[in-house]
Design a protein around this ligand. Structure first.
Ligand SMILES: C[S@@+](CC[C@H](N)C(=O)[O-])C[C@H]1O[C@@H](n2cnc3c(N)ncnc32)[C@H](O)[C@@H]1O
Length: 337
C-alpha cells in the first residue's frame, strides 16, 4: 500500500471529497483514509488501481503518489526533499498548486524553482513535456510533495456542456455535477443505471462514458428524441430510452442497480401540468420500487422538504446543498434502499 493524494477542486464544500471516496468504493479498491481537508484527501491504497479511478472523477484535479508531507514551511519542505531519495526515469517538472487562504510572500514559482534544483540530480528538467511530474500542494496545515499518477481531464467536461450538444435545452445541469452524481451512485461498469427524468441526457452521457448500461425515460417526446441524438453524438449507441411517465418505470425496465436523476421543478409545462405535490410522492415510490436492495438513488431535489419526503421510502445517506444560482438551489441527496 502507498500514500496517495487526491488534489480536490474545492468547487463545492463537500462534493469533491464525497465523489473521490465514492469512486474508491465503486471500484472495490482497498483503502484507508489518512487525512482529509477541503483541498485534499490522503489515503493508503494501491497505485495500480488509481488511473481507472481518476478516469471517472470530475471534481478532482490530480491523483499523486505521495513522496512526503511537511509542516507548512519552505525550509522544512526543502530539507525533507534533500533527504528523500526518489526513483524516476527520464525528464521531470515540478508543478506547485497553492491552496492556502493567506498566501504570504512565497510564490508557487519560487517553490517550483527551489525543489527543481534539489531534484536536478535525478533527471533533466523539461517544462513542456516531462516524463514525470513532481506535484507540490500547499495548504494552510500541511505541504505535500508527490509524483503525478493521473490528471483528471477537466476540459472534456466543458466540451460536453448543454450548449455544445446537438440537442440543447437549458434544463440540463453542468456535466461535472452530473458525473459527480453518477459516481455517488457507486455504479460499476456494465451495471444498469436509470434516469427516469432523462431530459436531454446530461446524466446518461456521463454514466455511459464510464461504462454503465444506460436506461432513460421522459414524458416529452421531444426530450426522448433529443436525448438519443445527444447520446449518439458522444459515441454512446447502446441505450434504452423510452417515452414514459415515471410511474411506468417498474414495468418497462425491471430492477436497476442505480438511479441518478434531476427532478422537474417549477414550471408546470415540464410536468404536463401535474402538480409537484402529486408527482414527487409517486416518483419516490416508483424509484424505490425499481432499485435493487442495498443499492443507491442519487436525486437532485429542490427543497429540504422533498428530501424528507423521499426519506420515507429509502434511507438517506448524505445531502449536498448545491447553489446553481441565486434563485436555484438543488439538494444532491444520496439514498440507499
Ligand atoms: C430537470 S429536467 C431533467 C434534465 C436532464 N437531467 C438533462 O440533462 O436534460 C426534468 C425532466 O423531467 C421530465 N418529466 C416531467 N414530468 C415527468 C413525468 N411525470 N415522467 C417522466 N418525465 C417527466 C421533463 O420532461 C424534463 O425533461
Amino acid at each position: 500500500m502507498e500514500r496517495i493524494l487526491f488534489e480536490l477542486s474545492k468547487e463545492h464544500p463537500s462534493l469533491p471529497m464525497a465523489e473521490a471516496l465514492s469512486c474508491l468504493k465503486a471500484e472495490g479498491v482497498d483503502f484507508k483514509v489518512l487525512d482529509a481537508e477541503d483541498s485534499f484527501l490522503e489515503v493508503l491504497s494501491r497505485e495500480a488501481d488509481l488511473k481507472r479511478i481518476a478516469s471517472r472523477l470530475s471534481m478532482t484535479f490530480h491523483v499523486d503518489k505521495l513522496l512526503f508531507s511537511s509542516p507548512p514551511n519552505v525550509e522544512e519542505i526543502l530539507s525533507r526533499a534533500r533527504r528523500k531519495e526518489i526513483n524516476f526515469e527520464g525528464t521531470f517538472r515540478v508543478s506547485c498548486r497553492d491552496r492556502r487562504k493567506k498566501k504570504g510572500n512565497l510564490k508557487s514559482i519560487d517553490v517550483e524553482r527551489k525543489l527543481g534544483k534539489v531534484y536536478k540530480k535525478f533527471g533533466r528538467v523539461s517544462l513542456e513535456n516531462p516524463d514525470n511530474e513532481i506535484r507540490v500542494l500547499l495548504t494552510d496545515s500541511r505541504w505535500f510533495v508527490g509524483i503525478k499518477i493521473a490528471e483528471v481531464d477537466r476540459s472534456s467536461f466543458e466540451n460536453r456542456r448543454a450548449h455544445q450538444r446537438p440537442f440543447f435545452s437549458p434544463i440540463s445541469m453542468h456535466p461535472r455535477l452530473a458525473r459527480a452524481m453518477v459516481n455517488l451512485s457507486l455504479v460499476k461498469m456494465g451495471e444498469r443505471l436509470l434516469d427516469p427524468f432523462c431530459g436531454t441526457g446530461g446524466i446518461l452521457i456521463e454514466a455511459g462514458l464510464i461504462g454503465a448500461k444506460i436506461l432513460g425515460g421522459d414524458i416529452k417526446k421531444k426530450m426522448v428524441e433529443g436525448c438519443k441524438i445527444n447520446l449518439k453524438s458522444f459515441g454512446l449507441n447502446d441505450f434504452e430510452i423510452v417515452l414514459c411517465d415515471v410511474g411506468e418505470i417498474a414495468n418497462l425496465f425491471g430492477k436497476v442497480d442505480a438511479i441518478v436523476t434531476d427532478f422537474p421543478y417549477g414550471r408546470a409545462t415540464s410536468t404536463n401540468r401535474e402538480d409537484l405535490s402529486s408527482l414527487y410522492p409517486r416518483a419516490f415510490e416508483a424509484i424505490a420500487d425499481v432499485l435493487r436492495q442495498g443499492r443507491r438513488a442519487v436525486l437532485a431535489l429542490p427543497s429540504v422538504d422533498a428530501v424528507k419526503r423521499c426519506s420515507e421510502e429509502m434511507k438517506l445517506v448524505e445531502v449536498h446543498k448545491y447553489e446553481v444560482h441565486k434563485s436555484l438551489t438543488r439538494y444532491i441527496s444520496v439514498f440507499v434502499k
